[in-house]
Ligand binder design. Structure first.
Ligand code: ADP
Ligand code: MG
Length: 540
């Protein structure tokens, strides 16, 4: 870029940098963001289609999940990348509503484009959008319905709505039942849920129907020695964060051995020490030991002799979940074990699953950590089940935390657009135009759900709007029945948090993109293909 100043051009950018400004920059950004929204729009709702994504290595992913689709797409345009960002945020924060967030952002930008063409300044649009989003949040909390976190029928409906349309839907009865049991189990009394306490294991093989929840833990390990019992009933579980092995001298000690019997004595002393450790474990009354550190061969030998089921090098997170599941305290030193430190489990056993040994700790009393083992014929099936299950786990825990839901099927979007239009008329001025544009953008949700279900979107929206104006605020589109219906009765319900977050992050992305009026792009330092590749690759 150069500017004339007293006849002398001043170059402030490095050669090769391109600059894209004003309307041109805006148009390009909006077009890119809209393209992203359009790419995922056909997956929205229970009748949405799937996408097949093939990566550079030829690996295939088939999914209906917005966040996964966008993550797999090799997106290069900076504005398009912002759209991918909102999908990621939505997925991390609330676990669902990713497609909705992206589709709403795309529609907000589309409507902004026509305001820009009418010479409405971008600042007016962004202000209007932010005001509208704030108002939308208020309206949403006003229409939200309070629920009991113990209402498992309702929690199941929340889970079912989240996985409808996904590959996991065919097994929704089973999966949603598992999800609700799992979340209810691990929830703390104050409603906080840490999904880290739900240990999800994927094992290819068997049927999807074999997917189960274990009220306890499943650990991808084997017992230390085949001589140990395979099954322990009425297990007394010791969790150890200390090594059961001879501690190698830390400093370089020099040991002078002048006679063969001295060496033997030295080795005997080592073995004796480990023997004492194993004795202490057995003396604690434990018949099962999970050790986060190592257990050496000598210790294994003595533990086997004492009939103890011992597992070494168990992951820290597994040990922590075992503590929650069995009620055991994690012990750091063998010298201070008390009876109260031991946990209990109805049964601890090693079982083969698809040819691989795993340890099942089940029959725990009131476990605060559980495991889910997902089964299925192929990796693709299991991965899509896991994604569906993840969404369901997230939405159920959202509701357990917040205790607030809203109807789905486009119902809150229609209500919002009606109320926001009314609000716009009280604001007046040019901002009114922006708020109205925001209001109509939200209708993209019911419109897309209808389109994807092969229904006439205009008829559906008119009918739902009329129902809302008549005071039936929970009316939305029942995509399975193909007609407007009371979403609460149809059991199509979502966490309030998912809706709020989708609208907030969509607004944020749209505003961010609209504020940009200048794009400076440095030339890529990569090879001739313009792609960044490791040196040496791509030169063929
Ligand atoms: P997202 O990634 O935004 O969650 P989905 O493809 O999961 O996208 O679609 C979510 C939308 O589908 C929500 O608006 C939800 O209310 C709606 N929905 C779910 N089940 C039904 C149903 N049976 N009938 C109509 N709409 C539904
Ligand atoms: Mg969803």
């Amino acid at each position: 870029m150069s500017q004339q100043l007293g006849g002398q051009p001043i170059i402030i950018l490095r050669q090769g940098t391109t600059r894209n400004r004003g309307q041109e920059a805006q148009n390009s950004n909006i077009a890119a963001a809209k393209a992203v929204a359009n790419a995922v729009r056909s997956t929205l709702g229970p009748k949405g289609m799937d996408k097949m994504l093939i990566d550079g290595m030829g690996d295939i992913v088939i999914t209906n999940d917005g966040a996964t689709i966008l993550r797999q797409m090799d997106i290069d345009h900076p504005a398009a990348k912002m759209m991918v960002e909102i999908a990621k945020t939505q997925d991390d924060e609330v676990g669902d509503g990713t497609t909705s967030a992206v589709v709403i952002a795309g529609e907000l930008l589309k409507n902004a484009e026509s305001l820009l063409n009418q010479q409405v300044h971008p600042t007016v649009i962004t202000e209007g959008y932010q005001q509208a989003a704030k108002k939308a949040r208020e309206i949403l909390s006003a229409i939200a319905i309070s629920v009991k976190p113990t209402d498992s029928t309702l929690l199941k409906k929340i889970a079912e709505t989240a996985i409808s349309g996904k590959g996991a839907e065919a097994y929704r009865e089973l999966l949603c039942d598992i999800v609700v049991r799992a979340v209810t189990r691990v929830a703390d009394p104050d409603g906080t849920v840490d999904l880290g306490h739900i240990n999800v294991q994927k094992k290819v093989g068997g049927k999807v129907e074999d997917t189960t929840i274990i009220e306890g833990m499943v650990i991808d390990k084997e017992r230390g020695n085949p001589g140990m019992p395979r099954v322990v009933k009425n297990a007394k579980v010791l969790l150890l964060n200390a090594a059961l092995e001879y501690r190698k001298t830390e400093v370089n000690a020099k040991i002078n051995i002048s006679r063969p019997d001295q060496e033997q004595a030295f080795l005997d002393a080592d073995a004796q020490m480990v023997h004492t450790m194993a004795d202490k474990v057995a003396a604690s009354g434990a018949n099962v030991v999970f050790c986060q550190k190592g257990i050496d061969d000598v210790a294994q030998h003595y533990l086997t002799k004492a009939g103890v089921f011992a597992v070494r090098r168990v992951k820290k997170s597994d040990i922590e979940n075992l503590a929650r599941a069995t009620g055991a305290t994690i012990i750091n030193s063998l010298d201070v074990i008390t009876k109260g430190d031991l946990g209990t489990a109805g049964i601890v056993e090693e079982k083969k699953l698809s040819g691989q040994e795993m340890i099942f700790v089940s029959g725990c009393k009131n476990p605060k950590a559980v495991s889910i083992v997902i089964r299925g014929g192929s990796e693709h099936v299991i991965d899509e089940l896991e994604r569906g299950m993840h969404d369901a786990l997230m939405v159920v825990s959202d509701v357990v935390k917040d205790k607030k839901i809203v109807p789905g099927g486009g119902s809150p979007e229609i209500e919002l657009s009606l109320q926001l239009r009314h609000y716009a008329s009280t604001v007046g001025g040019r901002i009114q135009l922006a708020i109205e544009a925001f209001a109509s953008a939200l209708e993209v949700i019911p419109r897309s759900i209808a389109e994807n279900a092969g229904l006439d979107p205009i008829d559906m929206i008119v009918e739902i709007r009329a129902a809302h104006e008549a005071g039936k605020r929970t009316f939305g589109l029942d995509a399975c029945e193909g007609k407007p219906a009371d979403m609460l009765k149809a059991g199509v319900v979502e966490p309030l948090r998912v809706k709020t977050q989708a609208i907030m992050s969509a607004t944020e992305a749209a505003v961010m993109i609209l504020r940009i009026d200048d794009v400076f792009a440095s030339s890529k330092s990569a090879g001739p293909a313009g792609r960044s590749m490791p040196p040496g690759m791509g030169d063929y």
